[in-house]
Design a protein around this ligand. Structure first.
Ligand SMILES: [Zn+2]
Length: 445
């Protein structure tokens, strides 16, 4: 047993949200009890003690939209890359990168991303993978890294017609194989979805095939109307809007997650709501690509289940929190906007969404829930309680405030030292691999 204590405890359990001197008792992969430190010390005298050193103890973060494959792009310079618009960014940077990924670079991309997740207190991710250089088996390589790192992962491969029929078929098969593999795994640490790039790179034939081979109890993870080009293409090629197109292929529903949804109208929002489809917002990515600001506050207030991701831009969920908070204030010219909606997306909706794929309750510290717990180095300069702790997180903490990360009861980082991974070797291998990859990309241009 483990006992995490000697800190301020934020539980996200409405019945007992806050303990000034709290503790979490962990038995195996599950939380056994939450309460005052003195009470839990008395109840579990034999438990190994993890000292929060006066910091903050809270549920680990969940990232609903990640791109492990983007890792090797950090600092990369592609010869001749001078994008004019979002499609140039995709083709010149991201598709160029993923066409050159092999299994080794995919695996290392996953390992370094998982290391960053652990350091930022993220223990559950929903990843959207592409490696058109080596498709078959790629999700299994990421799963291998996920298991070594100890991060709960829902994986999918980005199906697209952009590289021809054979690669598209291979991508569909990779999803089906991985989903079936994950369904047979009872660890509750791995899951699979059917990944699709975006409407404008998917033919009707491909959508039909995907719908016909989708295994039961799963859905799609797809980019929707991230750029306005995606909407124009759908209107021109198919005479309908994107959400309607997905609806016509029976692809919406409570297991499906649409990333971005920047250019959707009221009718499409009604369809998302009616089908209980999930939406994930990635503020930094949308701003960085100059794609526009999604109607996230409207989606949230209509009751569409909306969560928060990073789109690979960062692995620190507090960055998404901070930027979403100011993006919607700025966009709506309303300094009152987003105060409550964004933390609700991050601390509540992300867990509800993740629990559509993982069985054990996530995102809350209470008996029976998954033992995904983090400790942050934070000493408040003003009083902190359950009514204002989100303000303290927003303005006082970052991902790198996290000192200890526990996932499914396993200590992945303790006092800022990774417990199960050789960080120096992985990073050194990653740098070498990235240099080779960059050389490969630029020698062909
Ligand atoms: Zn994305």
């Amino acid at each position: 047993m483990l006992l995490v204590g000697n800190g301020t405890l934020i539980t996200r359990n409405a019945d007992a949200p806050f303990y000034a001197d709290g503790a979490v008792a962990i038995d195996g992969r599950t939380i056994a009890a939450v309460g005052a430190l003195d009470d839990l010390r008395a109840a579990y005298p034999q438990a190994e003690f993890i000292d929060a050193k006066g910091g903050v103890i809270m549920p680990a973060f969940i990232n609903m939209h990640e791109h492990i494959y983007s890792a090797m792009a950090r600092g990369m310079s592609v010869k001749g890359y001078n994008p004019h618009g979002f499609l140039d960014i995709l083709d010149g940077m991201w598709w160029t990168l993923d066409r050159n990924l092999d299994h080794e670079s995919t695996w290392l991309s996953a390992m370094v991303t998982y290391i960053d997740c652990i350091k930022n207190g993220v223990t559950t991710i929903f990843d959207h993978h592409a490696s058109f250089g080596k498709i078959r088996g790629s999700l299994f390589r990421i799963e291998d890294a996920a298991k070594q790192a100890g991060i709960r992962s829902c994986l999918c491969y980005e199906i697209s017609d952009r590289d021809g029929q054979d690669k598209c078929d291979a991508a569909i098969q990779e999803n089906v194989d991985f989903i079936n593999h994950a369904r047979a795994d009872d660890s509750d640490m791995i899951a699979g979805m059917m990944g699709m790039h975006a409407s404008f790179t998917l033919s009707d034939r491909t959508l039909e095939t995907c719908a016909s081979v989708l295994p039961p109890d799963t859905g799609y993870h797809i980019h929707v109307a991230e750029g306005i080009e995606d909407l124009y293409d759908c209107l021109e090629q198919h005479g309908k809007r994107i959400i309607d197109r997905l609806m016509d292929f029976d692809m919406l529903g409570r297991q499906t997650m649409c990333a971005h949804c920047i250019y959707i109208n009221d009718h499409e929002m009604e369809v998302l709501k009616h089908t209980d489809t999930m939406v994930v917002h990635n503020p930094e990515s949308n701003m960085g690509n100059a794609c526009g600001c999604p109607p996230t506050m409207e989606l949230y207030h209509k009751g569409i289940l909306t969560g928060l991701g990073t789109d690979g831009y960062t692995h620190d969920m507090t960055e998404s929190y901070k930027v979403a908070n100011i993006l919607h204030k700025h966009h709506l010219h309303n300094a009152q906007a987003a105060w409550s909606e964004v933390p609700d997306m991050l601390f509540h909706n992300n867990a509800v969404m993740a629990n559509r794929y993982f069985k054990q309750e996530l995102g809350v510290l209470r008996a029976g829930a998954a033992a995904d717990v983090i400790v942050l180095d934070y000493n408040p300069i003003t009083p902190m309680d359950e009514t204002n702790c989100n303000g303290h997180i927003l303005f006082g903490m970052t991902g790198r405030s996290v000192t200890t990360t526990i996932a499914a009861g396993k200590v992945l980082m303790r006092d800022r030292v990774l417990t199960g991974l050789d960080e120096e070797k992985i990073l050194s291998d990653s740098r070498q691999c990235a240099q080779k990859l960059w050389n490969r990309i630029n020698s062909g241009r």
